[in-house]
Design a binder for this molecule. Structure first.
Ligand code: FAD
Length: 281
């Protein structure tokens, strides 16, 4: 593989000291591969506000990999968002992942004044001009709440028009949906990089549950194989590594500008794929 791909790793902020220590060990390992950036998720409604902030500042300042906070708008007031944006800006953070977010059920709109990610992108540009490189989410298999593909595509275009620089996709296991999505966006004149989000396969039941909730299809041939392995973790991981490596190879050969790994705070599954692909060597 060539050495021009943009590779990034995503973490989630943890609740415990032990979890945080593990995150830092993972991040230190991943840092030795010189990724373009790390990112850290944000709980909609501000539930991880301080943990996300502290994790971002630590990864960026101590592990020394440029780190992008995720920021979601659906449950936060404009005042909360403004304060966070300025904290990040003043700390020298240059990239941000702008999202609508999903509030936990029963939370309604909470304090949210912005309803969709395109409104958050506009808000970030109005508050901080061109300071941030803004990433947004893309859904090759459609956002689960979208009425249809065309409407979802138009809504994606709104985020780009509002000033996004680049997009990261929801994970998928079928590269054709990615290529189709990118082709359709290019026909609309959208030319920002659209980087596939990659979910390593390490555990069947968690993956099946998560895929259902976020609208990512777990294809039958993968599901059946994983089911058949039962508790045989080693076989699940070996199969998962092979499937994801092959998919990433196809994506990069087909023109994907890079890969964004959903690490779930684990280094090995993403690094195994990176090594197999001999990325950026
Ligand atoms: P939007 O782009 O606002 O789209 C949401 C839905 O509304 C879609 O169905 C869209 O078609 C529709 N829509 C969009 N704009 C409009 C409009 N102007 N008018 C009418 N309809 C519209 N969630 C978190 O809570 N925290 C995270 O850190 C986080 N990180 C993520 C990172 C990535 C790379 C991805 C792919 C997802 C992430 N998510 C995260 C999940 C995300 O918040 C959910 O998928 C959420 O449901 C949608 O967010 P969005 O930014 O894509 O929303």
């Amino acid at each position: 593989m060539s050495n021009q791909h943009r590779v990034s790793f995503e973490f989630f902020p943890t609740k415990t000291d032990a979890g945080h220590a593990k995150l830092l060990t993972t991040a230190s390992k991943l840092a030795t591969y010189n990724p373009e950036f790390f990112s850290c998720t944000y709980g909609a409604g501000g539930s991880t506000r301080d943990r996300t902030l502290n994790t971002v500042l630590q990864l960026d300042g101590e592990i020394k990999v440029p780190t992008a906070p995720h920021l979601s708008c659906v449950g936060d007031s404009k005042e909360d968002l403004r304060e966070l944006l300025h904290l990040y800006k003043d700390a020298g953070i240059k990239r941000i992942v702008a999202l609508r977010g999903d509030l936990p059920s029963g939370m309604g709109m909470a304090n949210g004044e912005l309803r969709y990610a395109n409104e958050l992108v506009e808000f970030i540009r109005a508050e901080t001009g061109d300071h941030f490189y803004i990433e947004v989410a893309a859904y090759p298999e459609m956002h689960p709440q979208a009425r249809d593909f065309e409407v979802d595509l138009q809504n994606f275009a709104r985020k780009v028009q509002a000033g996004s620089d680049s997009a990261i996709t929801q994970y998928f296991f079928n590269p054709d949906c990615y290529f189709y999505f990118v082709e359709r966006t290019r026909k609309l004149g959208i030319d920002i990089p659209i980087v596939p989000g990659i979910m390593p396969i390490t555990n069947y039941s968690k993956l099946a549950r998560f895929s259902d909730s976020c609208g990512a299809e777990l294809p039958r041939w993968i599901r059946k194989q994983l089911e058949a392995y039962g508790d045989d973790i080693a076989s699940i991981q070996a199969f998962g590594e092979e499937v994801i490596t092959n998919m990433c190879e196809r994506l990069l050969e087909g023109g994907a500008p890079g890969l964004h790994f959903y690490t779930l705070n684990q280094a090995e599954p993403s690094l195994a794929v990176w090594d197999n692909l001999q990325l950026n060597r």
